[in-house]
Design a protein around this ligand. Structure first.
Ligand code: ADE
Ligand code: ZN
Length: 347
């Protein structure tokens, strides 16, 4: 395990499934609440952490949206995003594609431009200070009507050059991708890339819908694809990536334990699986913690780790030259020292 751990720390990594509002650590939650004169229903940081005991996706979302209400000013969004990028730098995450949920802010009267400019300013500083490249994905909340999504897209119109793609998140059950077909068609016409959460709690059929009706290029989560053999074959054949979030899946009771996670089985079926943290402040760890966790609990080999990390670059929206560069760095590191014998399994 020691050698695998060294390998995980040394490899350059991507993160492709990260909600910036989900990086709000309890300490910052209190700091921003104080600064913005917002009363929290918690006594202290320990009480906050105790409340993060989720039974399913909805029980998490209720707390997550309440937490996001301390984000008010451009500076708040800037500080939140920069703190996440500093964490990326410490963990050798060299490229990240982050979601933001504009509707959870505009519904509270925060202007779209305030949210966007705070996040974008931090992304620029992240590039300058840490050398981290990043993309921004505007995610629509699926528990709200498609009409609301159209209003958000209108808000975004003056800023489309600053938005790299769109996503679909929030409560999955009862809110199928089909409900957002017109909205995603418009996003496509505007030249925006598309991704969608599907098959986290919802059935494999939602993954097929997201591919066929929303024309997405990646599926966020997608772990329930394991229930549909023909879908698995399609994902593998077309190299349609899944952005899997192991800690999230365990904390939201999609799997009982990390050891019971199906990530390795998905890999073995030839699917382009990537590892991500989703909402690290709520789920107990950032991207590197997730990789270390699955390596330990599933006994992943160095080969499998390198595949997962390289899949992240392949599935990213980096251009071909950048992908080639980073894939080459991964191969060099994988071939160095003890990691050269990358068939050793548990170290
Ligand atoms: N929003 C933030 N995290 C999410 C998740 N895991 N699923 C759906 N919506 C989310
Ligand atoms: Zn997510």
């Amino acid at each position: 395990m020691k050698q695998i751990e060294t390998l995980i720390r040394a490899l350059p990594k991507t993160e492709l499934h990260l909600h910036i509002e989900g990086t709000l650590e309890p300490e910052m939650l209190f700091q921003l609440a104080r600064r913005n004169n917002i009363t929290l229903p918690y006594e202290d940081v320990a009480a906050v952490r105790a409340a993060y005991d989720f039974t399913n996706l909805q029980s998490f979302l209720d707390i997550y949206y309440a937490g996001a209400s301390v984000l008010v000013t451009e500076e708040d969004f800037f500080e939140l995003t920069l703190a996440y990028l500093a964490k990326c730098a410490a963990d050798r995450v060299v490229h990240t594609e982050l979601f933001f949920d504009p509707q959870s802010h505009t519904s509270r009267g925060i202007p779209f431009a305030t949210v966007l400019s705070g996040i974008r300013r931090a992304m620029a500083v992240g590039k300058e200070r840490f050398g981290i490249s990043s993309k921004l994905i505007m995610s629509f909340l699926r528990h709200l009507p498609e009409e609301d999504g159209f209003k958000t897209l209108d808000d975004a119109r003056p800023f489309l050059a600053l938005i790299d793609g769109v996503g679909l998140d929030s409560s999955e059950m009862g809110h199928p991708p089909a409900d957002f077909q017109r909205l995603f068609a418009m996003c496509r016409a505007l030249g925006l890339r598309r991704v969608a959460h599907a098959g986290e709690e919802g059935p494999a059929a939602y993954i097929c819908e997201a591919l066929d009706m929303l024309d997405v290029c990646r599926i966020d989560h997608g772990v329930r694809a394991i229930e549909d053999d023909s879908l698995l074959e399609r994902l593998a054949k077309e190299r349609l990536p899944l952005t899997v979030c192991p800690f999230s899946n365990v904390r939201l009771k999609v799997f009982a334990s990390l050891a019971g996670h199906n990530l390795r089985r998905l890999l073995q079926r030839g699917v382009c699986v990537t590892v991500n943290s989703d909402d690290p402040a709520y789920f107990g760890g950032y991207l590197q913690d997730n990789l270390l966790g699955v390596a330990r609990e599933l006994g992943l080999s160095a080969d499998e780790i390198v595949t997962l990390v390289k899949n992240g670059f392949e599935a990213s929206w980096l251009d071909e030259a950048e992908k080639t560069h980073w894939l080459g760095v991964c191969d060099t590191i994988a071939g160095e020292g003890n990691h050269g014998r990358i068939h050793e399994g548990r170290g």
